[in-house]
Write a protein that binds this ligand. Structure first.
Ligand code: SF4
Length: 163
């Protein structure tokens, strides 16, 4: 996927999220957040390890574990050091929207039901890539879909129960 002759870093094609009008978007955000919160109260209070690993790869890529996938184009650094939030869903930068929280705190990626503006792997509204996403430069989604399961399992995650 990289350029072996020039040594350039791997390139991935960016995919734009679907544009929605402002009212529809804000209703969608409220509904997604409400449904993520509601999912904490059901018997399945935590996401499975594999699902959370896929979410972490979708948002953060896998460069920290020696992989070649860069972070999502919508991943934003929080004003709080070491924290990140999704800039694509419009939820802003607050503790409840941090993708990975501190210690034993429940984080956004722990919700059993959670949507992603790009419908990435691991999220409830995941949609498989289109056939053209396999053509270079491939998309991040296509790359994740074709990852070796053992590489997915190398990603360190902590599973937190809802309190
Ligand atoms: S939730 Fe989706 S759009 Fe947002 S940072 Fe993660 S992968 Fe990117």
């Amino acid at each position: 996927m990289g350029c072996s002759s020039c040594g350039n870093k791997n390139e991935f094609r960016e995919v734009e999220k679907k544009e929605e009008n402002k009212i529809k978007k804000s209703i969608g955000m409220v509904q997604s957040y409400a449904s993520a919160l509601a999912s904490r109260g059901l018997t399945n209070k935590k996401v499975s390890t594999t699902t959370k690993q896929l979410r972490v790869i979708s948002c953060f890529g896998n460069e920290v574990v020696g992989g070649e996938l860069p972070p999502c184009q919508h991943l934003k650094k929080s004003k709080t050091l070491g924290k990140h939030f999704c800039g694509g869903c419009g939820c802003g930068d607050r503790e409840a929207t941090w993708l990975i929280a501190q210690g034993d705190k429940y984080s956004k990626l722990d919700h059993p039901k959670l949507s992603c503006p790009l419908n990435m792997p691991g999220f409830t509204d995941y949609k498989p890539s289109n056939p053209d996403e396999a053509e270079p430069p491939i998309t991040r989604k296509y790359y994740i879909e074709n990852m070796d399961q053992r590489k997915v399992e190398e990603v360190p995650v902590t599973i937190i129960e809802s309190k």
